[in-house]
Design a protein around this ligand. Structure first.
Ligand code: PLP
Length: 431
C-alpha cells in the first residue's frame, strides 16, 4: 500500500535526511533499539504515533497482568499482599521509575494519578513556604495542572496563580520569581509544543529566591533524559500511561527530594501513608519516608501492567532512547516540511532537537480534519485544540520506516483532498 519510492526530484531536500524508505529501513536495522519493537503487539495496518498520550501494550505488561490475576490473586488471594509483595509495589515501582528520572532510591513512589500527585506536591510545598502567596506557572501548561493549581491555591487564603504567557522564555519565568512566590510549577516537556524547559537553570534560579519547584514529567519519563537529583528538584510528578506504557489510567508517580522527607506533608492522609498502617490507631502519623505520599490501597492490577512495562526499560539506557527519539522527530519534521510543503503546515515544536521532547506538533487551520483522515488510514496521532496536529514518537517501538510511511500517507491525503470528506469534520468526544 505504501510506496517505497524515493522523494521525487524537484522537492526540497534536507541535508542528511534519509531520501527513501529503503534508507530508513537500513538505519532501523542498524539501530540497537529496534530489537524492542517485537515486544510490542501493534495491530496490523496501524502506524501508532500517539505513545505520548497512551503508550502501546507490550508482551511483558500483558504477561505481568495475567501472572498477577492467575498466579497471585486467583491462587494466593489476600495472602498475595505479603506473598507477592503487593504492599510494597508503590515503592518497588517507584524505584523502577526513579532510575529513569535521575532520582536516587527512597524518593519516588508510584501512586494515584498525575493530577492527584500534583495536588499533593503543591499543597505540601505551599505549606512549607507558608507566608508566601503565589504559585507561578505558564498559561500554556496542561490544563489539568492549571486547574489543580487553582484548587490547591484555594485552600490557602490569598494565594493566587501567576502565569507567564505562551512563548515566555526562561528569563521571563525567572523574572516572576520574587519573595512572594511559594512554588513554581512547570511541565518539563510542553504537552503541545514539546518544548523543554531547562530544569537545572530554572530550579537553581528558583532556589536563589526561596521558591520550591514542582516538575511535571508527564511527557518526559521514558523518552527524555531527566536528572532530578542533579537539578536539585524539590518535587516531581508524572504519568504511567504515556511513554512508560503502563496502560490506560495507569498509576502515576511522585518524587519528593530526600531533604524534604519528614517535612513535606501529604495532604491526603490515608492509612497506607501512616507510619504503622496495621496498628489501626486512631490518629494519623505520617510514615517517615516517601511512603507518607501514599494515600490508600494501590490498584494492583494496574500496577501489574505498569510493572511489566517498566521491566522493559531496565534493558535500555536513557541516552539511547533520547537519541532515537531525536532521530525520529528530526526525520518527521524534515519529511513533512519537504514533502507537505505546499499545505502550509507550521511547525510549533522547537526545530532544535536538544530543546524538543519526543513529539512534534504542526499548526494548521485544518489540523482536525488532517488528523481524522490520517487515523482513517491507520496513522494514529492526535489533535489538540485549537489547531494542532500532534504526533508522538516512542523510541522503544517506533521506527524510521513508520515515520516514512506516515508522511507518505499524509502526502497522499493532501494530494487527493481526502481530508475534506465531511465525516472528518465531525468533532469526537475524545480528540
Ligand atoms: C497527561 C498529562 C496529565 C494527565 O493527568 P491525569 O491525572 O493522568 O489525567 C497531567 N499533566 C500533564 C502535563 C500531562 O501531559
Amino acid at each position: 500500500m505504501v510506496s517505497s519510492e524515493a522523494i521525487p526530484t524537484g522537492q526540497t531536500r534536507i541535508a542528511g535526511l534519509p531520501q527513501s524508505r529503503a534508507e530508513c529501513e537500513a538505519l532501523d536495522q542498524a539501530d540497537p533499539l529496534s530489537r524492542f519493537r517485537g515486544r510490542f503487539d501493534l495491530p496490523d495496518g496501524v502506524l501508532y504515533l500517539d505513545g505520548n498520550s497512551l503508550g502501546a501494550v507490550c508482551r511483558d505488561a500483558r504477561d505481568a497482568l495475567s501472572r498477577t490475576v492467575e498466579e497471585e490473586w486467583r491462587t494466593d488471594l489476600i495472602r498475595s499482599w505479603n506473598t507477592a509483595g503487593w504492599v510494597d509495589w508503590p515503592v518497588d515501582l517507584g524505584e523502577q521509575v526513579a532510575s529513569l528520572i535521575g532520582a536516587a532510591p527512597g524518593q519516588t513512589i508510584v501512586a494515584d494519578g498525575t493530577s492527584i500527585n500534583l495536588f499533593k506536591a503543591l499543597v505540601a510545598a505551599l505549606r512549607m513556604n507558608a507566608g508566601r502567596s503565589a504559585i507561578v506557572s505558564e498559561s500554556a501548561n496542561f490544563p489539568s495542572d492549571l486547574y489543580i493549581m487553582e484548587g490547591a491555591a484555594s485552600l490557602f487564603e490569598g494565594t493566587t496563580r501567576r502565569l507567564v504567557p505562551p512563548d515566555a522564555t526562561e528569563d521571563d519565568v525567572i523574572a516572576l520569581l520574587d519573595d512572594d512566590v511559594a512554588v513554581l510549577s512547570l511541565t518539563h516537556v510542553n504537552y503541545k509544543t514539546a518544548r523543554i524547559w531547562d530544569m537545572h537553570r530554572i530550579t537553581r534560579a528558583a532556589h536563589d529566591r526561596g521558591v520550591l519547584v514542582v516538575w511535571d514529567l508527564a511527557h518526559s519519563a521514558g523518552a527524555v533524559p531527566v536528572a532530578l537529583d542533579e537539578a536539585g528538584a524539590d518535587f516531581a510528578i508524572g504519568c504511567g500511561y504515556k511513554y512508560l506504557n503502563g496502560g490506560p489510567g495507569a498509576p502515576g508517580f511522585i518524587y519528593v527530594a530526600r531533604r524534604h522527607l519528614g517535612k513535606a506533608v501529604n495532604p491526603l492522609t490515608g492509612w497506607l501513608g501512616h507510619a504503622r498502617p496495621f496498628a489501626f490507631v486512631e490518629d494519623y502519623e505520617p510514615a517517615p519516608d516517601i511512603r507518607s505520599f501514599i494515600c490508600g490501597t494501590p490498584q494492583i492490577l494496574s500496577y501489574a501492567v505498569l510493572k511489566g512495562a517498566l521491566d522493559v526499560f531496565a534493558e535500555t539506557d536513557g541516552a539511547a532512547l533520547y537519541a532515537k527519539s531525536q532521530a525520529l522527530t528530526d526525520l518527521f519534521i524534515g519529511l513533512v516540511e519537504s514533502r507537505c510543503a505546499s499545505a502550509g503546515l507550521h511547525l510549533v515544536s522547537p526545530r532544535d532537537a536538544a530543546l524538543r521532547g519526543s513529539h512534534v506538533s504542526f499548526a494548521h487551520p485544518n489540523a482536525y480534519a488532517f488528523v481524522q483522515a490520517l487515523i482513517a488510514r491507520g496513522v494514529i496521532g492526535d489533535f489538540r485544540a485549537p489547531d494542532i496536529a500532534r504526533f508522538g514518537f516512542a523510541p522503544l517501538y517506533n521506527s524510521r520506516a513508520d515515520v516514512w510511511d506516515a508522511v507518505e500517507i499524509w502526502v497522499d491525503i493532501l494530494a487527493t483532498g481526502e481530508w475534506q470528506r465531511p465525516e472528518f469534520a465531525i468533532v469526537k468526544k475524545v480528540t
